[in-house]
Design a binder for this molecule. Sequence first.
Ligand SMILES: Nc1ncnc2c1ncn2[C@@H]1O[C@H](COP(=O)(O)OP(=O)(O)O)[C@@H](O)[C@H]1O
Ligand SMILES: [Mg+2]
Length: 249
Amino acid sequence: MPLLRCLNVTKRFGGLVAVDDMTFDVHKGEMLAIVGPNGAGKTTMFNLINGVFPADEGPIWFDGVDVTRFPAFKRAHLGLGRTFQIPRPFASATVQENIAIGGMFGAAGKEISVDEAMEMADQYIQLIGLKDHRDKPAGGLTPIEKKLVEIARALAMKPKLLLMDEAMAGMNPKDIDEMVAFIKQIRETENIAIVAMVEHIMRAVAGLAERVIVMHQGALLVDEPTREALTDPRVIEVYLGRPTEEMNA
Ligand SMILES: Nc1ncnc2c1ncn2[C@@H]1O[C@H](COP(=O)(O)OP(=O)(O)O)[C@@H](O)[C@H]1O
Ligand SMILES: [Mg+2]
């Protein structure tokens, strides 16, 4: 059994089929990218996996458990971590406190004390390189620093699978390269599977993922190893025939 299995998963909003019959697996320790144009259904797919709302159809299995009807907090306890497209830290809480909150609400549902959570937060502050900001309010951080705190908060929940929504949106190429290296490092040190959603940055996809799922109009267009996916004519067509620069960068 794979770590995550989505079988014919569908979500409708009124007449709109936002996620249409999606079937795919994620294996333990795997690095997968989900890409697709704006509106393809990527965020909705993430919301179905981590339980923001339930799927209309299809079971979702995580780590051997049918989680289709589980609320988000129960899925988090099982080891489903998530970062959001727009990080919203508790602005007046410190960086350390924000990360500790992850430790308190995750950790496979185990009760841990505030002190233990604060200690755990320190490890992750080290990992994201924000030691100098530890006691500062998270509201004053730069967008990239907020993103790093968001990742640290999710990691403090000790996930087996981390879903990263638009981890690199709005970043310049240098920051993208750094973030790609960082995400790969996390995968190694934490020994977890990561599904990163990337809207348009093929440079990041190529550097990051072993396998790529392309969504188009809610449905699965291709599920292939990265090199094949990025040169697949169907994928190039969805991206309006812009294979050269972006796709090969
Ligand atoms: N809560 C919602 N209510 C109604 N429609 C939604 C909702 N969330 C997303 N949609 C619609 O579902 C489609 C897929 O959106 P989304 O999953 O955000 O795509 P992506 O993340 O790939 O850009 C879009 O047409 C979007 O407008
Ligand atoms: Mg989205």
